[in-house]
Design a protein around this ligand. Structure first.
Ligand SMILES: [Zn+2]
Length: 259
């Protein structure tokens, strides 16, 4: 299922700053003996979703990004706090109801550009493909599509210059960008997750007397229209959120900022 993710200029700055801060700045803690850098960071994406219509792919518009400062952050993992994310969703819903929770972002810090290329570090890890749909399920069941952005950062030995490029692998060319910013390289790769509605495969059921009858589903509520006393019909359920790689990422401002 193809999904389009469109990120507005401000949100790009917020995500990049969070990823670079976590990567380059030492994070001190009175409880820890050693300050750490190259840690991952996690945040939420806000905006609105234009749902699928006929053959047109769903479009997720990201207008803002916020950082989960309470997330448990480490060199190779980041675990956000669900209570914090629920709070933010409720807070925004009450005071900024025009903006919806539309996704997540997190960073992948690497020691060198070579390492990123070796392991295709800009891509979602197996853990990401399991965890990110869970965040969607937990936080936004009402949202059929959710964006998941990964910002990968690696330091270069010296400052360089290159205009922003699409990702190098043909299979994911449209799903992300590679950017040079002073002495660091950044990769942006978009994924999504979506709910699939489990529609009954066959609308015809057979009652106890062997008579066939059709079940009518109300598309809005997905309730049975017919007031039938049957106990063997298939109740439609929201399935789990599915991870989706087939995403097109559009950041119109990227050329202007990093060229
Ligand atoms: Zn990840």
């Amino acid at each position: 299922m193809k999904t389009l993710v469109h990120v507005e200029d401000h949100a790009v700055a917020q995500m990049m700053m969070a990823a670079i801060e976590a990567y380059e700045i030492k994070h001190r803690s009175s409880k820890r003996t050693k300050a750490r850098d190259r840690i991952e960071t996690f945040g939420l994406l806000w905006g609105y979703v234009v749902p699928t219509k006929d053959t047109i792919a769903a479009k997720i518009i990201v207008t803002h990004a916020t950082i989960e400062t309470s997330a448990l952050r480490d060199e190779d993992s980041v675990t956000p706090d669900f209570e914090s994310m629920q709070f933010k969703k409720a807070f925004m819903g009450k005071y900024w109801p025009n903006v919806e929770l539309v996704g997540t972002f997190h960073s992948h810090p690497y020691g060198s550009v070579q390492k990123v290329k070796e392991v295709k570090g800009w891509q979602a890890s197996i853990a990401d493909t399991i965890f990110l749909p869970e965040v969607h399920e937990e936080l936004a069941r009402e949202q059929p599509h959710f964006a998941h952005l990964i910002v990968t950062v690696a330091k270069m030995s010296k400052s360089g210059w290159a205009s922003p490029q699409r990702l190098s692998l043909a299979s994911e060319e449209k799903a992300g960008y590679e950017i040079t910013a002073d002495d660091r390289k950044l990769w942006l790769r978009a994924y999504s997750s979506y709910f699939n509605y489990d529609e009954p495969e066959d609308d015809t059921e057979v009652d106890a007397d062997g008579e066939e009858y059709d079940l009518e589903w109300d598309d809005e509520t997905m309730d049975l229209d017919a007031d039938l006393e049957v106990d063997n019909f298939k109740t439609p359920v929201w399935l789990e959120a599915h991870f989706n790689q087939e995403v097109e990422l559009h950041i119109p401002s990227i050329e202007r900022r990093f060229a």
